[in-house]
Design a protein around this ligand. Structure first.
Ligand code: NAP
Length: 277
């Protein structure tokens, strides 16, 4: 009998997770099936209880449930607790444990891309929403010592910095100041939704100069190359889009459920094909 896995969210029809995970179950000859479940906020508690009742082995959680789902779980991993959001649930003998693989997935993707130790690098995060928070806490818990945040709403950037339980040197500033300061950083990570399809001509900051050898990373993957990444390419930076983060957060969830780290390149092919090449 197949073990059942899935993703809950609202909306959920656009999710690429089912095709990505089901392909890996097939490739690795694991008897598993991964379904999208459309769950409205008012039915979230019922849906979580249903995981136990139906003996579903593992679930991903996406917008808008990543924060609210925490109160229905039996246990929460300390990093997910610090981040304040869960995107992966593991059903361990009818106890539901919540993890966050978005932040660690991003850090793993960045480390593999950079091919250097990122701990000593100075990092700028653009944006201060849920994804920025997961990435910031995961970078700090990985050992990065210097991370600044720029955001439209400075209060949201300060909330991330002030709430951090780990030691790190950080300052915050508004988006307008970023152009004049972008050449101070080894790594720039764009985490706002600005530039995402269909508003692909928009850009969170104007990138006028970057440090030699800088990496510019945008967690958006639709389009594959945002305006920010185009500017960064012209300035000679190494660029990474958000597909790697998506693949690694999925791979880390898959590993928590099955004990097997899946084949990232196969996952990349599956998702890229699904996105139309
Ligand atoms: P969120 O919590 O809603 O945060 C949105 C962020 O964008 C905030 O910093 C917000 O600034 C800023 N923002 C939004 N519209 C803006 C505008 N018009 N002008 C200036 N700033 C604006 O969203 P999230 O969950 O962090 O997601 C952000 C993006 O990351 C989305 O595009 C999402 O698809 C992507 N993402 C990708 C992955 C992946 O696997 N690659 C994973 C998660 C998320 P304020 O604080 O001022 O409101």
């Amino acid at each position: 009998m197949n073990s059942i896995y899935g993703v809950i969210g609202d909306p959920i029809g656009h999710s690429l997770s089912p095709v990505m995970h089901n392909e890996q179950f097939q490739q690795l000859e694991i008897a598993g099936a991964y379904h999208p479940f459309h769950v409205k906020t008012e039915r979230l508690e019922d849906a979580i209880n249903g995981i136990k009742a139906l003996q579903i082995k593992g679930v991903n959680v996406t917008i808008p449930h990543k924060v609210h789902v925490m109160k229905y779980l039996d246990e929460i991993d300390p990093l997910a607790k610090a981040i304040g959001a869960v995107n992966t649930i593991v059903n361990e003998q009818n106890k539901l444990k919540g993890y966050n693989t978005d932040g660690p997935g991003y850090v793993r993707a960045l480390t593999e891309f950079a091919q250097v130790d990122i701990k000593s690098k100075s990092i700028l995060i653009i944006g201060a929403g849920g994804a920025a928070r997961a990435i910031y806490y995961s970078l700090v818990s990985h050992g990065v010592k210097r991370i600044d945040i720029c955001n439209r709403t400075i209060h949201n950037a300060n909330k991330i910095i002030e709430g951090c339980p780990f030691e790190v040197e950080s300052s915050s500033f508004v988006l307008e100041e970023a152009s004049g300061r972008s050449d101070q950083y080894d790594i720039i990570i764009q985490t706002t939704s600005i530039g995402m399809y269909p508003d692909t001509s928009e850009c969170a900051i104007e990138l006028r100069s970057v440090k030699s050898g800088a990496i510019v990373s945008d967690i958006i993957y639709n389009p594959f190359q945002t305006q920010l990444l185009k500017q960064a390419n012209l300035l000679g930076a190494k660029t990474q889009n958000g597909l790697d983060m998506f693949l690694f957060q999925g791979a880390l969830a898959f590993e928590k459920w099955t004990g097997i780290f899946p084949n990232i390149e196969q996952m990349r092919n599956t998702v890229t094909k699904h996105l139309g090449g």
